[in-house]
Write a protein that binds this ligand. Structure first.
Ligand code: FES
Length: 362
């Protein structure tokens, strides 16, 4: 215990107070911004334009990186206006070169980090990384038949899984049904074309949902589309990654199939099942504050809009960084489209919308 500032009863207290790793990190960072004892960082070594609003970033990590499996996601941090902001991104590709990986980021409406990465980030910039997580990965023993369903940015982990299949010399059959709004929105198209050309086990069908083009199919996922493209879907392992509407219709159509899914929740995404009926009062019990929110978007977003920044990570219901205790009031889950009870429970505020006045332990 300290008895006086700068005087310590125990040598270990003195050593702890030095926070030598922070100092060493600071000094190492002066030599090379990628060096660190404690932090995982990556340097942007290449940037590729995918579409008008998405880019692929090739990253070289420092030695603290513990590795990742195809299909997993990880937190990426950038400093914007002096504030460290973190979002989760899926691995979109692994390189054979050690500690080299790639993410593909599409600008999302209102997406702070996705805009920053697309508009400001340059080759040579340093990003903060966190540990990889997620079980949207291939099994150790590969099945004979795999069906991938992807929508929009949901192609990113699927692309890394296809690369993984190639690396593992896949002997079965894989089909990918990929939904984009229009042909200019197809992310990773060159790489997908090449994968299909080089691997006879792979068949890709692009489907556009908003604007027709002669080259591609048009429409949303339907029973007919599924039966025509993948009549053996019942015998396939299904990987599903995309926004909630695609997930919902795919899960209904594919009832009974073995499905691995990953959700991409778009900012401002609302659910129709629980329409807002006016502003809600939210009492933040730990901050001794009561604020009004609209009850239209996620609680996390609505708090941020009024300048209250709660802990968050993936912002799509995966990482659980945003979990807080609700003491009273009801919320609706924006993905499952279910209303909660009114009692005490832990909620993820990034995917929960206020249905009633709330008391939160925040
Ligand atoms: S921020 Fe990741 S679950 Fe809410």
């Amino acid at each position: 215990m300290k008895t006086f500032p700068f005087i310590y009863n125990q040598p270990k207290d003195f050593l702890n107070s030095l926070q030598w790793k922070d100092w060493a990190d600071f000094l190492l960072g002066e030599i090379n911004p990628l060096f660190s004892f404690t932090e995982t960082k990556a340097k942007v070594i290449d940037i590729r334009e995918e579409t008008a609003d998405s880019r692929t970033f090739v990253l070289r990590t420092n030695r603290n990186w513990k590795g990742i499996q195809a299909g997993q996601h990880f937190p990426v941090s950038v400093e914007i206006a002096g504030r460290k902001v973190t979002r989760f991104y899926s691995l979109s590709g692994l390189s054979k070169e050690k500690r080299t990986l790639q993410i593909t980021v599409k600008k999302q409406a209102g997406g702070l980090v996705s805009h920053y990465l697309n508009e400001r980030t340059q080759v040579g910039d340093i990003l903060g990384l966190g540990a990889a997580q997620g079980d949207f990965v291939l099994p150790k023993t590969l099945p004979n038949s795999i069906l991938f369903l992807a929508g929009g940015s949901g192609i990113t982990p699927v692309h890394s899984l296809l690369q993984d299949l190639k690396e593992r010399n896949f002997q079965g059959k894989a089909k990918l049904l990929y939904f984009s709004r229009h042909d200019k929105d197809i992310i990773l198209q060159d790489s997908l074309d090449l994968l299909e050309k080089e691997n006879s086990w792979l068949e890709i069908k692009h489907v556009l949902t908003d604007i027709k083009s002669e080259e591609y199919d048009f429409g949303f996922l339907s029973k007919k589309m599924l039966e025509d493209f993948a009549p053996n879907w019942k015998e396939s392992l299904v990987y599903l990654c995309g926004p909630a509407p695609l997930q919902n219709s795919a899960k209904q159509l594919l009832a009974g199939a073995e499905i691995k899914s990953e959700l991409f929740l778009l900012p401002n995404q609302r659910v129709s099942a629980f329409s807002s009926n006016g502003p809600k009062e939210v009492s933040l019990l730990l901050s001794h504050k009561t604020v009004q929110i609209k009850g239209e978007k996620s609680i996390l977003e609505e708090l941020e809009e009024i300048g209250i920044f709660a802990p968050s990570g993936c912002r799509m219901g995966i990482c659980h960084t945003c979990v807080c205790k609700k003491k009273s009031g009801a919320v609706s889950h924006m993905v499952k489209e279910e209303a909660s009870g009114e009692g005490e429970e832990n909620i993820q505020i990034c995917v929960s919308r206020a249905v009633e006045n709330l008391e939160l332990e925040l």
